[in-house]
Design a protein around this ligand. Structure first.
Ligand SMILES: [Zn+2]
Length: 263
């Protein structure tokens, strides 16, 4: 996979809860029922006999893995590095609270104030973080800067594209929809709020309507193909009309399986 991928966070729509299940079938769609029952929603591989299967029989039991194209590696590296330096900045404030501005500070000093220690903060372009005194901003040796403003020239991209965990949407056979990510071990994990239950309903040849029990209105997921697969895309439109995902590329469609719960 050559594409540069970046997962984008989406929080609102997913999870499971304690409400009456909604059936994913819609009687008023046009797929030929006799044929579609042939390919049972076995959760198995993409059916061979797909020609006659509509979205409403295709989706249940599928996990749709998506990626988001990064505008450019430079932009991504810059924003990741700035995020790291913001964390360092906050740690400096905590550590240096009662110290003078010219007190020297090192990465080791800050380790106790960072969740995973200083090792968790790595410039994706391989820069090293330079700290001087409490009064000075952290710097990146690759040239990323907390002073960056939109339009500034960015340091050149260096190193591999991001290996951000991919995200997916899982259309369960009981009519619920779950949003998840793969963890470092490649295990599918629920990523949405586990107390929210989201259901889906096919409402058009390429359209699915989503309803979350903690949200008013309905979101829509629109595919570019009636049987979306690798190379197709999906758009997620929130009840407000805002597009949370715009033609996010579909990387893979696999059978759904129980997700590791979020703690
Ligand atoms: Zn950097």
């Amino acid at each position: 996979m050559k594409q540069i991928l970046l997962m984008i966070g989406m929080v609102a729509l997913v999870g499971c809860g304690e409400k009456e299940p909604v059936q994913p079938t819609t009687p008023d769609t046009e797929a030929p029922k006799s044929e579609s029952t042939k390919v049972k929603a076995s959760g198995g591989e993409k059916g061979r006999d797909e020609k006659t299967v509509g979205l409403e029989s295709y989706l249940p039991g599928k996990r749709i893995v998506i990626g988001q194209l990064v505008k450019s590696l430079e932009i991504w590296q810059n924003s990741e590095c700035i995020k790291n330096m913001r964390k360092l900045e906050i740690a400096i404030i905590q550590w240096g609270f009662s110290k003078a501005d010219d007190a020297k500070v090192t990465l080791d000093d800050l380790a106790p104030y960072l969740k995973a220690g200083t090792n968790s903060l790595k410039c994706p372009a391989g820069g090293k973080y330079i700290l001087t005194t409490v009064g000075e901003d952290p710097k990146c040796s690759h040239g990323h800067s907390l002073d960056y403003e939109r339009g500034d020239k960015l340091p050149p991209a260096k190193g591999p594209p991001p290996s951000a965990p991919l995200e997916f949407w899982q259309f369960n056979k009981d009519g619920t929809l779950q949003w998840g990510r793969f963890d470092e071990n490649g295990e599918a994990k629920e990523a949405g709020n586990p107390r929210t239950r989201t259901t889906y309903k096919v409402t058009g040849p390429m359209e699915v309507t989503l309803e979350a029990d903690d949200q008013e209105g309905k979101a829509k997921m629109i595919f570019t193909k009636p049987k979306p697969g690798k190379g197709d895309a999906l758009t997620l439109r929130m009840p407000s009309g805002k597009e949370k995902l715009s033609k996010a590329p579909i990387l893979e469609v696999t059978p759904a399986s129980p997700l590791k719960k979020k703690k």
